[in-house]
Design a protein around this ligand. Structure first.
Ligand code: KIV
Ligand code: ZN
Length: 501
């Protein structure tokens, strides 16, 4: 079997998506999940871009064992130095160097001619090789680069020591057949190509990121760069789960090819990334959307009951998705709970398990039936607030109705002190947010607010995800409760705690 190397760039290109920014702890959490998912390479960030990015790459390099840990770098010595420094603790580091090669980029962005670009690319790769043997080079905007020049760059960087050459469709302009031909040409024309792995990195501006990646695989690419849920710059990057499941489902077409992805961890990882970035997954999103394995029409349901393969090409449970199975109730004990947590694929410490079990019991008092998605939500929430947050909710009261101006009183705890204030607002949620602002002495601007029911039924758990801006700093927050105002207040505090650390 030929292995397709899965290079995950959720933490670098994915995190470049407007509004997706993650803090260091969240990045580590995603990196851990990616390692459980079985990715081969984690592109952990762009170390020169900020101190925060440098520290996150460094922490991931120190903590995550297993996958190759990669840092991005322009073709500049100071970038390469920063990447090498951040990656120092990694067991298997990779420096990913890039430089644009298309006419448009060379003329308008870099203002350099072909000869100079070629020289800079070779110099950068040779310099990076002084720090580690695993070097990847990307000719940025490769799909719009003159074919002769692209082939020459690829040959030169391999000669300089690059072990992976990544062909990016930077602006998502390529079309599958055309992109496949580029890969085939490189594979057949570049004399030293057998000394490097051909990789591809496809953006989704025309909705073709996955199709282009798969076409490249058919034509000889053996590494794909992708992100969880397809998040990334503009319309995003090729989605990992779609590529992996295409290869797995269409074994007839991708004969002899496999990935190392642990399929049953796909859904869980998708939820985690969605939760932490605040980017909801569309219900109809392939593989990880809430409706991806649900059959609504009577004809389909009838068919599936008679024979699953009539309307199902993938079983939801294969990617860790269960269709609302009733799992536990009020009388379930800690043992049953802990077993279920394990079956859902969560790795909790004893302390985390205790917290999660307490939340489960609280929820079970309010809600008769606890579904698997309820369970996932409370576990995910507990995993994130295990360290006592700076601001904690003690209580809130709201007075709201058809002919009443909404008013709220909120009580918060900071360390051992409890503080209280009241406010009116445009609605009960706004009144609570304003009361919190008064207590903390901030002026929060809400950039996004979404409310979703986690499961069905009137007593469903409501989950709020929002994005908050306070004095130029932006953070996403999540909160869940059977009371949607409480869910909103928790989400607001979650965001504040990230900002006010
Ligand atoms: O899209 C792109 O070209 C990139 C490169 C840095 C690989 O993200
Ligand atoms: Zn990109």
């Amino acid at each position: 079997m030929d292995k397709i190397i899965i290079f995950d760039t959720t933490l670098r290109d994915g995190e470049q998506a407007p509004g997706a920014s993650l803090n260091q702890k969240e990045k580590l959490e995603v990196a851990q999940a990616l390692s459980y998912l079985g990715v081969d390479v984690i592109e952990a960030g762009f170390p020169i871009s900020s101190k925060g990015d440098f520290d996150s790459v460094n922490l991931i390099a120190k903590t995550i064992k297993g996958p190759v840990i990669c840092g991005l770098s322009r073709s500049l010595k100071k970038d390469i130095d920063a990447a090498a420094q951040a990656l120092k603790p990694a067991k298997r580091p990779r420096i990913h160097v890039f430089l644009a090669t298309s006419k448009i980029h060379m003329k308008y962005k870099l203002k350099k001619a072909e000869g100079e670009i070629l020289r800079l690319a070779v110099e950068a790769v040779s310099y990076a090789r002084k720090f580690c043997s695993d070097i990847e080079f990307s000719p940025e905007d490769a799909s719009r680069t003159e074919s002769d020049f692209l082939d020459r760059v690829v040959e030169a960087v391999i000669k300089a020591g690059a072990r992976t050459v990544n062909i990016p469709d930077t602006v998502g302009y390529a079309e599958p057949e055309e992109f496949g031909k580029i890969i085939r040409r490189i594979k057949e024309n570049v004399p030293n190509i057998n000394q490097a792995v051909i990789s591809v990195h496809c953006h989704n501006d025309l909705g073709l990121g996955v199709a282009n990646s798969l076409s490249a695989i058919k034509n000889g690419a053996r590494q794909v760069e992708c992100t969880i849920n397809g998040i990334g710059e503009r319309a995003g990057n090729a989605s990992m789960e779609e590529i992996v499941m295409s290869i797995d489902t269409r074994k007839d077409i991708y004969a002899g090819l496999k990935t190392g992805i642990v399929k049953k961890n796909i859904y869980k990882t998708s939820r985690l990334v969605s939760k932490l970035t605040g980017f909801l997954v569309a219900p109809n999103k392939a593989i990880v959307g809430g409706n991806a394995f649900r059959h609504e029409s009577g004809i389909h349901q009838d068919g599936v009951l008679k024979e699953r393969s009539t309307y199902e090409i993938i079983h939801g449970e294969d990617v860790g998705f269960q269709v609302e199975g009733l799992v536990l109730g009020k009388h379930s004990g800690r043992h049953a709970f802990s077993e279920r947590v394990k079956r859902l694929g969560f790795h909790l410490s004893e302390k985390q398990l205790n917290y999660a079990f307490e939340s489960f019991k609280e929820l079970a008092d309010k809600k008769k039936d606890i579904f698997e998605d309820d369970l996932r939500t409370i576990i995910e929430d507990q995993m994130r607030v295990i360290k006592a947050p700076l601001w904690q909710l003690l209580s809130f009261e709201v007075n709201s109705g058809t002919n009443i101006a909404p008013k709220s009183t909120v009580r918060l705890k900071k360390k051992e002190t409890s503080l209280q204030d009241s406010s009116s607002g445009d609605g009960p949620v706004d009144a609570c947010f304003k009361a919190i602002d008064k207590i903390i002495g901030i002026k929060g601007a809400l950039e996004d607010f979404r409310l979703e029911a986690v499961t069905r039924g009137k007593d469903a758990l409501g989950e709020v995800s929002l994005r908050l801006k306070v004095e130029g700093k932006v953070a996403s927050g999540r909160g869940s409760s059977t009371d949607i105002i409480e869910a909103a207040v928790k989400a607001y505090l979650d965001a504040i705690n990230k900002i006010e650390k």
